[in-house]
Design a protein around this ligand. Structure first.
Ligand SMILES: [Zn+2]
Length: 262
């Protein structure tokens, strides 16, 4: 097989033997791949600082059909995220993007849209000139936007406008219904159904947050105003989306809890 070069985002690395690394990365054209980077932990390796999490690189590798792991040759850095990790929240947000991508993406299935989602949320964290304030607003905006689209691109976003149980329309402008979610349920239920179905932990997904979900669906992340965002903004929507990810993947996400409790 000839060498390939793919634009890629590094998701995670694991040490292997004395000096090597196993690298999980999302390539733009081949989806999520894993490869061995020989001697990557030695000084002056062919990978330089390109294997930091979410580094945007051009990755050179050999793919053998019989092997699950590709052989990494080297990488050329397009954009590192060093500039973004100067504060704790942004740094944990990047950990979360990498962790969720690693969890949700199937191996070797191209997903250009997921790749572009990651680039867009990373870009949205970079302050424009003279815009140093509002860093925290950008973090919550990016994390919420990413969570929504990661769930949607994985095919797991339930219907948000109708009660899962009785089918009633939740967003009638004349008489909007309250909507509730719980960990074991892939969708929203209306208040009468919640009462009828009995107890169990449930949370409300507020009308404001449902409206934000509509905005996220229609607009690029950079066009959502970041000014008004705080941790409280759409916190219920994030909880709902993380529950959807976790129940489909059957695993808990660690970093989002660090971020929400940080
Ligand atoms: Zn109902």
């Amino acid at each position: 097989m000839p060498a390939r070069v793919s634009e890629a985002l590094v998701l995670r690395t694991y040490p292997l033997k004395e000096a090597d690394l196993v690298v999980s990365f999302l390539s733009r054209d081949q989806g999520k791949l894993r490869g061995v980077a020989k001697r990557a932990r030695r000084p002056k390796s062919a990978f330089g600082s390109g294997l930091e999490r979410l580094s945007h690189v051009r990755m050179a590798y050999f793919q053998r059909e019989s092997r699950e792991l590709v052989n990494l040759d080297g990488c050329e850095l397009i954009q590192s995220q060093f500039g973004l990790v100067s504060d704790y929240a942004t740094s944990v947000a990047l950990d979360y993007f990498a962790e969720a991508s690693e969890l949700l993406l199937p191996a070797a299935e191209p997903s250009e849209k997921f790749f572009r989602l990651l680039l867009a949320v990373l870009e949205s964290l970079r302050p424009a000139a003279g815009e140093e304030n509002g860093r925290s607003g950008r973090v919550w905006r990016a994390v919420t936007y990413f969570s929504f689209w990661a769930v949607r691109l994985s095919g797991w976003l339930p219907e948000l406008h109708a009660c899962l149980n009785c089918g009633s329309y939740l967003d009638d402008p004349e008489s909007p219904e309250r909507a509730f979610f719980s960990r074991d349920r892939a969708g929203l239920i209306c208040d009468p159904c919640r009462r009828a179905l009995g107890a169990g932990n449930s949370w409300e997904l507020s009308r404001e947050s449902r409206a934000i979900a509509g905005d996220i669906l229609r607009q690029p992340v950079a066009q959502l105003a970041s000014g008004g965002w705080t941790q409280e903004t759409a916190a219920d929507l994030r909880r709902f989306l993380v529950q959807q990810m976790e129940s489909h993947a059957d695993r808990r996400l660690v970093t989002i809890r660090m971020l929400e409790s940080g």
